[in-house]
Design a protein around this ligand. Sequence first.
Ligand code: NCD
Length: 319
Amino acid sequence: MFRARHLLGIEPLAPAEITTLLDLAETYVDLNRRTVKHSDALAGMTQINMFFENSTRTQSSFELAGKRLGADVMNMSMQNSSVKKGETLIDTAMTLNAMHPDLLVVRHPQSGAVDLLAQKVNCAVLNAGDGRHEHPTQALLDGLTIRRAKGRLHRLTVAICGDIAHSRVARSNLFLLGKMENRLRLVGPATLMPAGARDWGCEVYEDMREGLKGADVVMMLRLQKERMDGGFIPSEREYYHRWGLDAEKLALAAPDAIVMHPGPMNRGVEIDGTIADDINRSVIQDQVEMGVAVRMAAMDLLARNLRAERGAKASEMMA
Ligand code: NCD
């Protein structure tokens, strides 16, 4: 079961849709570990990646995912595009739409920009991160990583730590982990806690030692300096002392707790480098691996719905 026309966020998805997507992603994890990593799920289809914000892992992951499914993939270089000449987002989208893409992958610094664009085009749109709003494939890859490491994706205590206020990763994960009935904790300085966080059904902690006690999953977030205009934290040194994940704080979590980070990491600011590299605790590299599989699953499911919709339209016209 997966009915969605676009993947704009986790908020509108049903738990069964999330499970369908993760189950399909498992098959792509297997495919990606073979020497010949090829499927023809998107054969003949065109995928365009439009990244209005810098990205290393998300863009390369979407590109590989599309190529492994047999799509023709184009990366629009937004730095050199007409956007710089003042063209609006919608004009750019309409121009691309006229080239008949089937899948459009979009990252944009403004919350809501990707939803707006999706209303103007007749292909499937995937949100690769819009401002502080949502980053659905990140939450899905985190969900798959947790499910594989812990053997389940429900009734876990998950501590999401750090710069919550600026984080679309935190928002999408709150929706996903909440829908799957986990116990959620938000941990961080009051200045980086969104207003109303206590109303989201999470426990909120300013004291990281309290927040980590007994947690099964410790999800660290990057301090998003580019979204801050000063005054949010005392100093990086002080931040690390109080909210950076080090061995001493991690010892308070469950003995088999896993450590996650979406990347890119600020080592020595939100996380100690030794913990990030400890393969017995950190699943950060697994997150990257799951990212390709989850994006393959998402594009495969959207392409199936797109084909069904176009098929139905064609038979309506014949009737
Ligand atoms: C995240 C993003 O861009 O929202 N990174 C990512 O997609 N891997 C988180 C971040 O930038 O800190």
